[in-house]
Write a protein that binds this ligand. Structure first.
Ligand SMILES: [Zn+2]
Length: 401
């Protein structure tokens, strides 16, 4: 029954004499749940008085910290001044009493509410539940840097891309049943809370409030990475994901001056052996039993339209295997720093001594190239122009007021 009501309303609206009006969307920004810490202990504090409560028992903390810990006998909650709260139940909420106040988690300030839960392993999980606009304040400078005012349009482009990325996540089916929405690391978007904010970053979020990228009316998957190396990637070049019309690779002349535009890595034969041993000891795909054995050669089998390596053939005395797409970056890691390969946009040379890779770019290369966005802003391009260069056919629209 209920589903027929909107249709009836639409019919009535269609009969009205007044022309339909284009309304500014209203409503508040949605709340995102960001994982900010995990472990057996969490410290909660405040620069101003805050309340910490399990929903049944609460304690107003005016001085000092509240310590939460978990062990086999349960959850323990102690406050430095004011005593323990016995047998608290999770979740525990903490928020500043002043509306603009912040809560400290392990010494770092966060806007909004902090929620402590337990993950599936029993560890404490600290989440920051914060409105999307406040979340972005702690993301934008962390992702693209503290920039000069002359690069403000790149900050705005970053704000719109980061907002779209988060909103798209919230719109995924079943998202609200998960423990949280976003990691605070490069797994999603780097989020530093209030300590990551800058005046210009805050202004870029404020001036783009509610603006997101849409393609044919739908929020886009707004991936971005540090430097595309001269050509962004089709999404299916970097990951095993279906093609997207707005995530097609494009030539990019704007990141050429970037420090991470080109790179090279030289590996001795022994180092390649160690990399293969390390990778396959961690994760041996089905059918790869006994791998790798002694390696003989590495050869590029297939490239995508941007030139990125799609397939790398590894030949060892156990036979031939193909590594594909982004996975290649996790095999050829720096043995000292454990840094993954900067990109899959490389050429490979093999000789008696070992393997030399010469490459371009840093990151997966899908969507916006951050270094290119900076280059475009330097040339006077506007935020929307920057976004349209990297996400083909999109429109920037307001999702809320
Ligand atoms: Zn680029």
């Amino acid at each position: 029954m209920r589903r027929f009501v909107p249709i009836l309303l639409l019919l009535l609206a269609g009969c009205a004499a007044a022309p339909p009006q284009r309304r500014e969307p209203r409503g508040a920004p949605p709340v995102v749940r960001v994982k900010i810490a995990a472990g057996d202990r969490v410290r909660i504090g405040g620069e101003e008085p805050f309340l910490v409560t399990d929903g049944i028992r609460g304690r107003e903390v005016r001085e000092g910290e509240c310590h939460l810990s978990v062990n086999s006998s349960g959850i323990r909650m102690t406050t430095e001044k004011g005593g323990d709260i016995r047998n608290p139940t999770l979740p525990i909420w903490a928020y500043a009493l002043a509306e603009t106040g912040k809560v400290l988690v392990n010494g770092k300030p966060y806007r909004g509410t902090v929620v402590i839960r337990q993950d599936s392993t029993g560890s404490l999980l600290a989440l920051n539940e914060v409105d999307l606009e406040s979340y972005l304040l702690g993301v934008v400078p962390a992702e693209i840097g503290t920039l000069d005012p002359g690069l403000f349009e790149a900050l705005k482009a970053q704000a719109i891309a980061a907002r779209t990325y988060a909103l798209k996540r919230l719109e995924e089916p079943g998202e609200r049943e998960k423990a949280y929405d976003l990691e605070s690391t490069v797994m999603d978007q780097v989020y530093l809370g209030a300590s990551g904010e800058t005046p210009l970053g805050n202004r870029s979020v404020r001036e783009t409030r509610g603006e997101v990228m849409r393609y044919r009316g739908q929020s886009v998957s707004a991936y971005y990475s540090s430097c595309c190396g001269g050509h962004t990637a089709d999404i299916e070049e970097s990951w095993d994901k279906p093609p997207e019309a707005y995530l097609k690779g494009t030539k990019d002349i704007f990141c050429r001056e970037a420090k991470n535009f080109s790179w090279s890595r030289a590996f001795s034969r022994d180092q390649v052996q160690m990399m293969l041993d390390a990778f396959f000891s961690d994760s041996l795909p089905p059918g790869w039993k006994g791998y790798p054995g002694r390696w003989k050669s590495l050869r590029v089998l297939k490239r995508g339209s941007s030139g990125r390596v799609l397939e790398l053939l590894v030949t060892t005395d156990f036979g031939k295997r193909v590594l594909s797409k982004g996975r290649i970056r996790w095999v050829l890691v720096d043995l000292v720093t454990k840094a993954i390969l900067p990109s899959t946009l490389f050429t490979l040379r093999m000789d008696e001594a070992g393997v030399t890779l010469s490459g371009n770019g840093n990151g997966h290369g899908v969507g916006m190239c951050q270094q290119g966005a900076l280059g475009m802003a330097r040339k006077g391009r506007k935020a929307v122009e920057i976004l349209k260069h990297y996400y083909r056919g999109i429109r920037v629209e307001r999702a809320y007021g």
